[in-house]
Write a protein that binds this ligand. Structure first.
Ligand code: PEP
Ligand code: MN
Length: 353
């Protein structure tokens, strides 16, 4: 029996350049998606995306226009000849999207985490020839991501791909909205080299600044393409305004990247692969230290109010002992732990003062 890791994904061969999916986070009005789509150069952006049903974190936010948006997407398709793509999160979405000839359906990060949801979608999609893309789950769990693909594959859904949109692992003070955690996506790629992988810089960055650094990195890792949010008037977007850019900006930056980088197989050396991982971990260490220092500042004011001494040597000695013990079990030397935490402690005392 053929297996998930050796079915050839021929659909990706139909795109001669990297596959670029772009369009607004949400379809807001027919005019908005038409205005956005007509700014797209089809030789760079082959697929138009727009969310119709939006999974919002907080209540009372704009939750998408619903089924009517699917007719608008079809107008875009007729006008521009681009393929169209949207997110589905339950069986009804699947039926509606298929009825309206959506070409590419993706499962969002908040759905991939839930096996019941994924199973419901897989059942509704049974036997389809549509291209189905699975975003990584919001938590850094490679098996959960693979599990979602297995559920689709078991329902005889063979045109598959994945989207790396980053992971929610740091609470605050992070450079990214979702940490890229490249290692997980690259582990996926190593296990399933046959399955096309796209990068979603928009939901990794959560802002407009770092988008093309992430995109470049993805191309260096030999990803098959990108899904990137664009809006003709990003500042006034109803969802994810901070991370959307205009289609012109998408195209301008893609041209720059394509002219500078030869996008070819195995571009990246092992050293570069590991360096990217190290850089990412260093950034996380910075975020965590900064969070630690913010707490120092807070406890500093509380100690002042309650007239408690800033330096509590007994508590510090106890903590250091514990840290050395945990460090040891993680393969870190006592001297190293002592040095690094003394530095952190000294800085913390300085801040508290
Ligand atoms: C989206 O693509 O607009 C979206 C909701 O993304 P994610 O599932 O990655 O959060
Ligand atoms: Mn979005």
């Amino acid at each position: 029996m053929e297996k998930l890791n050796n079915i050839k994904q021929e659909w990706i061969e139909n795109f001669d350049k990297p596959l670029i999916i772009s369009g607004p986070c949400s379809a807001e009005s027919e005019q908005q998606i038409i205005n956005t789509a007509i700014k797209m150069d089809k030789s760079y952006i082959q697929v138009f995306r727009a969310g119709i049903w939006k999974p919002r974190t907080r209540a009372n936010s704009f939750e998408g226009v619903g089924v009517i948006g699917l007719s608008w997407l079809n107008h875009v398709k007729n006008k521009t000849n681009m393929l169209i793509a949207t997110e589905v999160a339950n069986a009804q979405h699947v039926h509606d999207a298929i009825k309206h000839n959506v070409d590419i359906l993706w499962i969002g990060a908040r759905s991939t985490v839930n096996p019941f949801t994924v199973q419901e979608i897989a059942n509704a999609l049974e036997g389809t020839n549509k291209i189905i893309l699975v975003k990584n789950p919001i938590n850094p769990d490679l098996d959960l991501w693979i599990g979602a693909l297995e559920r689709l594959y078991n329902k005889n859904i063979k045109n598959l791909g994945v989207i790396h949109r980053g992971f929610s692992i740091l609470y605050k003070n992070s450079k990214y909205r979702n940490q890229p955690y490249w290692k997980i996506a690259l582990d996926f790629k190593e296990k399933y080299p046959n399955i096309p992988i796209l990068c979603d810089p928009s939901h990794i960055c959560g802002n407009r600044i770092g988008l093309f650094e992430i995109a470049k990195q993805a191309f260096k890792f030999n990803y098959n393409g990108l899904i990137i949010e664009s809006h003709f008037d990003p500042d006034n977007a109803l969802t994810d305004a901070n991370q959307q850019i205009t289609p012109e900006e998408v195209i301008k930056n893609l041209k720059l990247i394509y002219s500078k980088y030869k996008i070819k197989k195995n571009y990246i050396s092992n050293i570069e692969y590991i360096r990217t991982y190290i850089d990412e971990i260093d950034q996380s260490i910075l975020s965590i230290i900064s969070e630690r220092m913010l707490l120092s500042k807070k406890i500093g004011s509380l100690k002042k109010l309650s007239k408690v001494d800033i330096l509590q040597i007994n508590r510090w000695n106890k903590i250091l002992l514990l840290l050395k013990k945990s460090g040891k079990s993680l393969g870190l030397s006592e001297i190293f732990i002592e040095k690094i935490f003394n530095l952190i402690h000294q800085e913390s005392i300085k801040i508290q003062k």
